[in-house]
Ligand binder design. Structure first.
Ligand code: AMP
Ligand code: MG
Length: 489
């Protein structure tokens, strides 16, 4: 990374660089956000602002900055070019409604993208208006902050402002701009863009940049680009295992929505599963269930194969050998994922040690949960809260419970240690679909933000026992057939 010490932080705390602008020109377009009529702050993330070294008290009043009407000191706005496989089909995309303002260098020297989403048209907008509606931007704010609190790598949300303009999505809706904070916005699709243009120079520059920014330890590897592929694979495997362990369904795992940093990115039709069923799909346009809960690991691997294809020219001069190296890396995804998944599930059951039959123990419980259509979050949490008492009065459950108790006896840890582990890995509260909708409706229709603020407060401490508030822990009762999330974001 180039030196940033010359930049003097402003009174607002902005300490922006834009290393992305120094990458080959085919990867970005310089462009300013399109001003909006009447910027108004809806929600501002004080804690996040502070962690970025920003002056929260000053910036919380500066809706104009977060609407794109004024630029923060030192910004170099640009739209990023990328491609992507959407539902399996390759397309050229790019930031059609987002502008990267720059990279905030924090007081501890970390670098984070500051991006406006919904900031107006760009050369990549195609037929889109470049805008966003308030509901979906608040939804991204709520779910991304919930994911962060759950301990899952994710982009975060700094602010949402309304624009005083309308957007049309089948109906007229209030327009909004979200400020997204990310380790970076480099996607699998960014590599696909460079590769599809046959631009090896850009591809290599992008790979070097990604290594430097996210995998600096791999720069000195014998084969750094293969190491990059393996590094991304490992982070994706861990991330998807974390999703599976909390019942998170991303909903639109296209390759343009896969970040090389390993963060969860692009909260569109995502939602948390209530009743356990691997076939759960919420997205209204995902008719074939391509991105169903149970498919997420395979889809992640499929997406990584697209990254591997894009990287082929860098992996080996001989194409056949490049393909072999790539295949081996991609094939190891399954084992790596399963290792993380097993570890995550063991923790959810309070297991500290490993036994070969643990997988069967876990799968027996999940099969029962699916047959009985019980709530994923509450079932796991109640196992830790109920201790040795029965959670369900059901003979199949009782048989499983006895096996689990016997298994717990075969590890040295005390009952207290078991419960502590379970409580640290089984959230009490997740963003329940009906609670999210309730908060969005109050904010979008009536301008009442108190409902969302309460929800955000509860979601910020998801593992705390004091959170046992039925209002936030009761499932909606809506099945995925009845509850749909929309891509019309
Ligand atoms: P997403 O489904 O949010 O990952 O977006 C897929 C692509 O569509 C990206 O290139 C977006 O920039 C673009 N896009 C989504 N909504 C709009 C919009 N309202 N105007 C312009 N481009 C959009
Ligand atoms: Mg996207």
């Amino acid at each position: 990374m180039p030196a940033t010490a010359l930049i003097t932080p402003s009174a607002s705390g902005w300490n922006l660089d834009q290393s992305y602008a120094r990458l080959p020109a085919m990867l970005h377009e310089s462009l300013e956000p399109t001003p909006v009529r009447e910027p108004r702050m809806v929600v501002f993330n004080h804690a996040l602002a502070q962690s970025l070294g920003l002056n929260a008290a000053v910036l919380a009043d500066q809706a104009a900055i977060f609407a794109g009407n004024e630029l923060p000191d030192g910004s170099t706005p640009l739209a990023q070019a990328y491609a992507g496989h959407q539902y399996g089909h390759f397309t050229g995309l790019g930031d059609g409604r987002a502008i990267l303002l720059g990279e905030q260098i924090t007081p501890t020297g970390e670098r984070f993208d500051v991006q406006l989403k919904g900031s107006g048209q760009t050369p990549f907008s195609r037929r889109g208006d470049g805008r966003a509606a308030l509901g979906p931007m608040l939804r991204e704010y709520i779910i991304s902050e919930a994911m962060h609190a759950l301990g899952i790598p994710t982009t975060r949300s700094l602010a949402v402002v309304t624009t005083g303009e309308k957007v049309f999505r089948q109906q007229s809706l209030p327009g909004a701009v979200l400020t997204r904070i990310a380790a970076s916005h480099i996607r699998v699709g960014t590599f696909e863009w460079a590769a599809a243009h046959g631009d090896k120079e850009a591809l290599q520059a992008l790979a070097d940049y990604t290594l430097q920014r996210h995998y600096p330890a791999l720069l000195t590897a014998e084969a750094p680009y293969l190491a990059l592929l393996e590094g991304v694979m490992k982070r994706q495997a861990r991330l998807i295992a974390q999703w599976q362990c909390v019942g998170f369904i991303h909903g639109v795992m296209n390759t343009d929505n896969v970040a090389l940093s390993g963060e969860t990115i692009d909260y569109g039709p995502c939602a948390f599963m209530d009743a356990f069923d691997p076939a759960t799909v919420f997205s209204s346009i995902d008719r074939n269930g391509r991105y169903a809960y149970g498919n997420q690991p395979q889809i992640a691997q499929w997406n990584l194969a697209r990254l591997a294809e894009a990287l082929l020219p860098l992996l080996h001069a001989d194409e056949k050998q490049a393909v072999e190296l790539a295949n081996a890396a991609i094939e190891s995804f399954k084992t790596t994922f399963e290792g993380h998944w097993l570890a995550g599930m063991r923790a959810k059951l309070g297991l500290y040690t490993e036994e070969v039959d643990d997988r069967t123990l876990i799968e027996t419980l999940l099969t029962w949960m699916r047959e009985e259509k019980v709530d994923f979050t509450n079932t796991f949490r109640s196992l830790s809260d109920a201790g040795k008492t029965m959670v369900y009065d059901n003979s199949a459950f009782a048989a499983w419970h006895a096996q689990w108790q016997a298994r717990l006896q075969r590890q040295p840890q005390s009952a207290e240690e078991v419960i502590a582990r379970q409580r640290a890995h089984n959230p009490v509260v997740i963003p329940r679909n009906h609670k999210v909708e309730e908060a969005l409706a109050a904010a979008s229709e009536g301008g009442d933000l108190s409902v969302m603020e309460r929800l955000l407060g509860v979601l910020s401490k998801p593992y705390e026992t004091s959170q046992n508030q039925p209002e936030f822990t009761t499932p909606s009762g809506l099945t995925s057939a009845a509850y749909q999330t929309f891509c019309g974001t």
